[in-house]
Write a protein of this length. Structure first.
Length: 274
């Protein structure tokens, strides 16, 4: 799934780091497999001979299971043993996937999938780990805006120089019956803090923030009033936020990156506390 997030230079999102840890674990197996193949050229071992056998009922069965999972959209070129007992490597062109011997779980690009239920187990676990108690958010640090009856509530972390934040802000303002708590962050560019401070020093903070994000109109004040930017930066650090936009729904679920308007409305319906 594409993650449309703005990151500071050299920044990596928490979700990406968690996925990377699993991907690195898999990457260790690849050189080992290559070494085993090279060794087999010089001195074949019983294990290597079994791996290169012309027919292996497990690999044939797993190839069929994987092609069924892919609904015929991709042909599996090869399934072979790995140095890990019970784990097989599947190749589609130059893409490598890993499948367990039962044909139930699949690892692709660091993501663990249940092939029977078609659930992304890695993503579900990431969402579980990043879920918070919404009531613990210090909402007094945020810019509050109510649209309609405001019954659906979200908290959004944005940087004034984040293009994806700007696009999502424009969509957020089209949503009906929502309360938006905006936590301004300032880490993407040298003038992010200046822009955020000017919005926070405006008489109408919500209007100033919206104008700046949607219409690129930075408030004309000096931006020298007291602001909660440092407290918000510390809050973001505790929450593991390293890119924007990040949104929390009222049930505590978190999403990262820009969300298209149609999907945003679906997610509000799914995650708004009753």
């Amino acid at each position: 799934m594409m993650n449309w997030s703005c990151l500071p230079r050299g920044g990596v999102s928490l979700a990406a780091l968690r996925s990377l840890a699993l991907a690195v674990a898999l990457a260790v197996a690849a050189p080992m497999a290559g070494q085993a193949q090279a060794q087999s050229t010089a001195s074949p071992s019983p294990g290597a001979a079994a791996a290169s056998a012309p027919f292996n009922p497990n690999t044939a069965r797993l190839k069929a299971a994987l092609e069924a999972f892919l609904e015929g959209k991709h042909a599996v070129d090869e399934v072979r043993n790995t140095p890990v007992v019970g784990l097989y490597e599947a190749r589609i062109g130059n893409e490598l996937l890993y499948i367990d011997e039962k044909g139930q779980h699949l690892i692709f690009r660091g993501q663990l999938h249940d092939m029977k239920t078609r659930r992304n187990l890695t993503q579900e676990r990431i969402e579980e780990l990043s879920t918070i108690d919404f009531k613990t958010l210090p909402l007094d640090l945020a810019i509050k805006q109510v649209i309609g009856n405001g019954k659906r509530v979200v908290a959004v972390f944005e940087d004034p120089n984040c293009g994806f934040c700007k696009a999502m802000r424009a969509d957020l303002l089209k949503v009906s019956d929502i309360t938006i708590y905006t936590f301004p962050l300032a880490f993407l560019a040298a003038d992010s803090e200046t822009k955020a401070a000017k919005a926070l020093c405006a008489a109408n903070k919500a209007r100033a923030w919206n104008e700046m994000m949607v219409n690129n109109r930075v408030p004309g004040n000096s931006g020298t009033c007291a602001t909660p930017l440092r407290q918000v930066a510390e809050l973001a650090r505790r929450l593991g936020i390293s890119g924007t936009p990040v949104m929390y729904f009222s049930n505590g679920k978190r999403t990262e990156g820009q969300i298209p308007l149609d999907r945003l409305n679906e997610m509000l319906a799914e995650n708004s506390a009753s």
